[in-house]
Write a protein that binds this ligand. Structure first.
Ligand code: NCD
Length: 307
């Protein structure tokens, strides 16, 4: 049973196919409106979410399918001590596909190993978030028309930001990619990402604390929220939370066609004054995420023989 836990579970060719499907859905949504008629998606979210859960749900509805979900982790049997493995087996009896978010790294893999239907990782702790990456990739593709020869700046919480880890992994497979990693010392990209992805694939990267200094080189600026829920103490969070705030002033030396991405939710890290800048793409990303989730649900249900 094919599940998607990590963005690397999809080959670059498959990502190209998902993008083609998403673009076809955008052009002709009516063609897809009945594709999942009678099928059920279960959303299993053990962590807060607005976009990801609703985007999965909207995606399934727009494919003509149905959605079942639990109200919250606190109201589920997890609160009684049920294991992720058991929950995954149980939900497989009710649904054709599962989207799961969990605070523990590796939880989605455990679910996939025990479910009898495809599992999509909707975020596992500070590890990865492949469907946000699909949203990011469609946005980059629609804005830039390519994935190669890009200088991508990541700014903010590069340590705990799972969307950052997944997008670095995804972009590392295209030629001519360069990363500029902008963060406070304490929130640098984890050493496993540097070793296993950047160094292993000889990807050029620089680490800096200086957002404005890095700005002129960037084709894409990926801003992130400081991940409060992953901090061990409030004091560190309060000290680091406003490390970077993107304002129109700071964009003065940016390329005129640089794209500003953010997985959202934003807290303080992008001033609302940036929202009207034509380079701001974070609300487009939200919509792109729905189309890519539609494409992914279709692909996995087809491969499973469910549709
Ligand atoms: C991200 C996440 O949950 O990792 N949000 C999302 O899914 N769009 C980013 C975040 O919470 O900061």
């Amino acid at each position: 049973m094919r599940s998607i836990i990590d963005i690397l579970d999809l080959s670059p060719a498959e990502i190209g196919e998902l993008i083609a499907t998403a673009r076809d859905i955008i052009d002709d949504p009516a063609k897809y409106a009945e594709k999942c008629r009678g099928k059920k998606l279960a959303t299993l979210f053990f962590e807060p979410s607005t976009r990801t859960r609703m985007s999965f749900e909207a995606a399934m509805y727009e494919l003509g399918g149905n959605v079942i979900s639990m109200a919250s982790a606190a109201s589920s049997s997890a609160a009684k001590g049920e294991s992720v493995a058991d929950t995954a087996r149980v939900i497989s009896c009710y649904a054709d596909i599962i989207a799961m978010r969990h605070p523990k790294e590796g939880a989605a893999l455990v679910a996939a190993n025990n479910a009898t239907v495809p599992v999509i990782n909707a975020g596992d702790g500070g590890h990865c978030h492949p469907t946000q990456t699909l949203a990011d990739l469609l946005t980059i593709h629609r804005e830039k028309g390519r994935f190669d020869d890009l200088t991508i700046g990541f700014c903010g919480d590069l340590k705990f930001g799972r969307t950052v880890h997944s997008l670095i992994n995804a972009m590392s497979r295209y030629p001519g990619i360069r990363f500029v990693l902008i963060s406070p010392e304490e929130l640098k990209v984890p050493s496993y990402v540097k070793k296993d992805v950047l160094q292993k694939n000889s990807i050029p990267y620089v680490q800096t604390t200086d957002l404005e200094g890095a700005m002129p080189d960037l084709d894409i600026l990926y801003m992130t929220r400081v991940q409060k829920e992953r901090f061990f103490n409030e004091e560190d969070y309060l000290r680091l939370k406003d490390s970077y705030i993107l304002t129109p002033e700071k964009l003065k030396n940016a390329k005129p066609d640089m794209n500003i991405l953010h997985p959202l939710p934003r807290v303080n890290e992008i001033s609302v004054k940036v929202d009207d800048d034509p380079r701001a793409c974070y609300f487009k990303q939200v919509l792109n995420g729905k189309y890519m989730r539609m494409a992914l649900i279709l692909k996995l249900l087809k491969e499973a023989g469910t549709i």
